[in-house]
Design a protein around this ligand. Structure first.
Ligand code: IMP
Length: 224
C-alpha cells in the first residue's frame, strides 16, 4: 500500500479538480429510466475504459509472471474488476509475459443512502484461507474515508498471503481519510457522491455505463 505522504502525481491517477462541472447529461446516451435523476456525466465510460487499460498494463509490468488471486469487492467492484481482468488477459495473450489469474469475490456493505455507516459487514467468503501464501490483488471501485479498505486489508492479512496489492478505480479527496491508498488508482475525485459503472445509490444506477453525479431529484426518488 502506498503511503499518503510519499505519493507521487502518478500514484493519484487522473486528478479531477473540485471545480470540474462534468458534462451535460444530454451530450451522452444514458438509460431513459434515469432521466432527471442525474446532474452530470462526471467520467464518461470510454475514459474509464482507457484508464483501466493503462492500469492493466501497470499491473502487468509490476506483477507479470506472478500467480495472482484477484479479490473483487462486490457489489460496486464487479464492473471495474471484469474490465481490469479483461485488460490483463488481453496483455497476457499478446506478450511473452503472462499472469495466471484466479478470481474470487467478497461482498462488503457499509452505506445507506449516500452516507457511510459504522456498521461494515462482510457477507460471504469470510474464510479466505485459500489466500495463504498467494499474491492477492484486491479490486475496489471506490475509496472514500478508506475505512472499508483498511478493515478489509486487516481481514485479508489475517490469512497470510505472500503479497497484497490494491487497485481502486476512484479515490475521493476527503478531509478525514485514513492513511492508506490503493497501489493502482484510476482517478482521484472531489468529495461528491457518484453512481454508475456498478456504483449504486440504494441499489439503483449500477446499470449506468458512465460515472455520474446524482441530482437532488434522484436522491429523493431513491431514498430509503
Ligand atoms: P469508505 O469506507 O468510506 O472508504 O467507503 C467505501 C465504500 O463506500 C465503497 O466500497 C462504496 O461501497 C461506498 N461509497 C463511498 N462513496 C461512494 C459513492 O460516491 N458512490 C457509491 N458508493 C460509495
Amino acid at each position: 500500500m502506498a503511503d499518503v505522504v510519499s505519493k507521487t502525481a502518478l500514484d493519484c491517477g487522473i486528478v479531477i479538480e473540485d471545480d470540474w462541472p462534468g458534462y451535460n447529461i444530454d451530450l451522452f446516451s444514458s438509460p431513459t429510466h434515469y432521466s432527471g435523476d442525474l446532474e452530470c456525466v462526471y467520467i464518461p465510460h470510454g475514459v474509464i475504459m482507457d484508464r483501466t487499460e493503462r492500469l492493466a498494463r501497470n499491473i502487468m509490468d509490476d506483477l507479470g509472471d506472478h500467480d495472482l488471486v484477484v479479490l473483487c469487492v462486490l457489489k460496486g467492484g464487479y464492473q471495474f474488476s471484469a474490465d481490469l481482468v479483461e485488460g490483463i488477459k488481453t496483455l497476457s495473450r499478446n506478450s511473452n509475459r503472462s499472469i495466471p489469474m484466479r478470481v474470487h469475490f467478497i461482498r462488503l456493505k457499509s452505506y445507506l443512502n449516500d452516507q457511510s455507516t459504522e456498521d461494515l459487514q462482510i457477507i460471504g467468503a469470510e474464510d479466505l484461507s485459500f489466500l495463504n501464501g498467494k499474491n492477492v490483488l484486491i479490486v475496489e471501485a471506490i475509496v472514500d474515508t478508506g475505512n472499508t479498505l483498511k478493515m478489509l486489508l486487516k481481514h485479508v492479512e489475517g490469512f497470510r498471503p505472500k503479497m497484497i496489492k490494491v487497485a481502486g478505480l476512484l479515490v475521493k479527496r476527503v478531509p478525514h481519510s485514513v492513511a492508506c491508498l490503493p497501489d493502482y488508482v484510476g482517478f482521484e475525485i472531489p468529495n461528491r457522491f457518484v453512481v454508475g459503472y456498478a456504483l449504486d445509490y440504494n441499489e439503483y444506477f449500477r446499470d449506468l455505463d458512465h460515472i455520474c453525479v446524482l441530482s437532488e431529484t434522484g436522491k429523493m426518488k431513491y431514498k430509503i
